[in-house]
Design a protein around this ligand. Structure first.
Ligand code: FEO
Length: 395
């Protein structure tokens, strides 16, 4: 169903209630998502972003409910990922002479995805395209979150369309932030930030300063996923500034996997040590826990403590993905530690510690290893590790 956001500006996107995995199977989306696409009527007709191709026919019907798609003069593609560019081949059949406005890097990425001789127009920060009473203004947003990412701003309506930035994977009945559950909204906004934008935090901060520095009025922020920020739209900008600073809470997460419960018992003893020092903690069994939810918890916490028993002279395969995330997401201001049981060779703790160091997460105390099932002294050593990490968290 089409929603008129403000006079002559329409949301013509798709709500994908059924989506549970995104980016292939890389990202969990427990509350579905939306692919937001915006239609602007002025002397020229402008379409900003499209939708993922499985939904292109419904999306086309939404456009047709507002205007004959052949009348579209300008299509802005802020970013090439197929969840936003997937409708381009279809809409450009209807409007073959439309100008396709992209960033310089977008020209490369969209060409690379579709291999079509479309009428590209590359824009850079500050470029303006008059569309009648109002103008489109463009801001390159390199690495928020791709090199091609771009924001579009509509003068006269004070509407910022920043594509993935400020988005959420959140399917809802209504389109605006003031019409949804605030707790759910912020859970999804934070999960989105933690899983997608964390490594680019320094750039997020700089880009926000740059946009705020332009001094342009913003009445609405319309990202490409989730709800549109209408009530107090800058609240999400303020949140992004906080998140980009990566100032953790004084808490810890303990992540582990286990074969015969020895490493689980060690994890719980580590937790006892943290609690004894008054530091809140959460324990996650990585074999049965959603990895992306855990990433959000890591994002919030100061300490990340990893445990694995040794198997095949390494860590359990369920631990490897989170190690890879710690590398790729480049978390800042964390501390770490490791523990694990073993039967024969016992390399897992050293492997985790070396990995943490490579991720620039300082290991604040020596890891604890327990041979076979932990004895009381091993569990006390784990509690001691918890207490030591807790003291580092509090300092
Ligand atoms: Fe980077 Fe929503 O795609």
């Amino acid at each position: 169903m089409v929603t008129e956001l403000m006079k002559d500006v329409y949301w013509v996107g798709i709500v994908d209630w059924g989506l549970r995995k995104f980016h292939g199977h890389e990202l969990s989306t427990h509350r579905g998502s939306t692919y937001n696409s915006y239609l602007i009527r002025d002397e020229k007709t402008v379409l900003v972003d499209t939708v993922w191709s499985p939904f292109k026919k419904e999306w086309l019907e939404n456009i047709k409910a507002v205007i004959d798609p052949a009348k579209i003069d300008i299509i802005v593609a802020n970013h090439a990922e197929p969840d936003h560019s997937g409708g381009l081949p279809l809409i450009l059949q209807y409007a073959p002479n439309a100008e396709l406005v992209v960033s310089k890097r977008g020209m490369e990425s969209i060409e690379g995805h579709y291999h079509r001789p479309w009428k590209f127009r590359a824009v850079k920060t500050g470029d303006r395209i008059p569309i009648g009473k109002n103008e489109l203004v463009f801001i390159e947003a390199t690495m928020l979150h791709w090199p091609d990412s771009m924001f579009a701003y509509l003068t006269g309506k004070n509407l910022l369309m920043p594509n993935d930035a400020f988005g959420q994977h959140y399917a809802t009945a209504f389109r605006f932030n003031d019409e949804v559950d605030q707790e759910e909204l912020y859970e999804e906004a934070l999960k989105y930030y933690a899983n997608i934008l964390t490594p680019f935090s320094p750039l997020v901060s700089k880009k926000i300063d740059e946009v705020v520095g332009l001094g342009v009025p913003v009445d609405m922020i319309a990202p490409s996923h989730g709800v549109i920020w209408r009530r107090d739209p800058l609240q999400i900008v303020t949140k992004y500034k906080q998140w980009a600073a990566q100032t953790p809470e004084r808490t810890a997460v303990i992540l582990y996997d286990t074969m015969w419960e020895a490493t689980r018992r060690m994890a719980e003893a580590v937790g006892d040590g943290l609690a004894a020092e008054g530091v809140p903690y959460k324990i996650f069994h990585m074999a049965v826990t959603d990895r992306n939810d855990v990433i959000t918890e890591i994002f919030k916490a100061k300490a990340v403590i990893l445990g694995s028993c040794t198997v095949n002279q390494g860590v359990l395969p369920t631990i490897s993905p989170i190690l890879e995330d710690l590398r790729g997401l480049r978390f800042q201001n964390k501390i770490g530690a490791a523990f694990g049981s073993y039967g024969w060779s016992g390399e897992s703790v050293k492997i985790i510690e070396e990995h943490l160091q490579r991720c620039k997460i300082p290991v604040v105390c020596p890891g604890v290893r327990a041979k076979w099932q932990p004895k009381p002294a091993d569990l006390e050593a784990c509690a001691g590790l918890g207490r030591e990490v807790a003291r580092a968290v509090k300092s």
